[in-house]
Design a protein around this ligand. Sequence first.
Ligand SMILES: [Fe+2]
Length: 292
Amino acid sequence: MNMTPDPVHGAGLGLRRAFIAAAAEQPPLEVSFWEIAPENWIAVGGRWGRLLRGLTERHPFVCHGLSLSIGSPAPLDVPFVNRIKTFLDAHQIAVYTEHLSYCSDDGQLYDLMPIPFTAEAVQHVARRIRQVQEILERRIALENVSYYAAPGQEMREIDFINAVLDEADCDLLLDVNNILVNSINHRYDPIAFLDALPAERIVYGHIAGHYEEAPDLRIDTHGADVIEPVWALLEQAYARFGVFPTLLERDFNIPPLAELTAEVQRISDIQRQYTDQLGAPRVTANGHLAHA
Ligand SMILES: [Fe+2]
């Protein structure tokens, strides 16, 4: 682990092609850092490639992968991880995160399947995470994902996540929306879930909107505005862990950039409120938050 990441701070936004030109022309002041999926950009040149390069040269970025498929029973795709490393190095992006799940089919469908919450799966996934960290020469962070079925479940989701983080010695990308979605779909207390997370492993957070299929069934679509209970849960997370960098994800029904930056500004407003209450914000450094 010989790389010292550039810290990211404040409130961020997932960069999408729908608004990259607008962002490059007039970078929104509300956005302190950007996130991209490396798979969507690795082989991209021409105008799109130049737009991205122009932004990564001037602004802090993190990478959030889609198709590593860390839970897959298949061997790790080492050439793919090497391509990720080349991309991270080329754009000088220190932070790489992925989903604690696996992709169905050949890993290109981007629909994420749950890993069985079992002790055997903990060992399997942790081994693969360590392998990825060795190739990338940096710690990575895994995201708590939304899931709709839990086949072969032997332990609680929170215990599975904590066991993987511990066994792999990796970090956590804390998705606040996913906690709320899962707590409704699987009927658990989201506050108790937060309380059981390891604060020192949180690299940054995600917040997003979701779809209410029914009062007791939520679908994690990233296709709507963030709802009030998710904002409230973000505040609960800051109250517990201190302020951590937090990023808005929006993948469908993408509104004009100005509407997204208003939500990003709301993240900043809450961060400022909790910084005032709790003291200086925690900062990421070497992939870790400093203890407050
Ligand atoms: Fe997320």
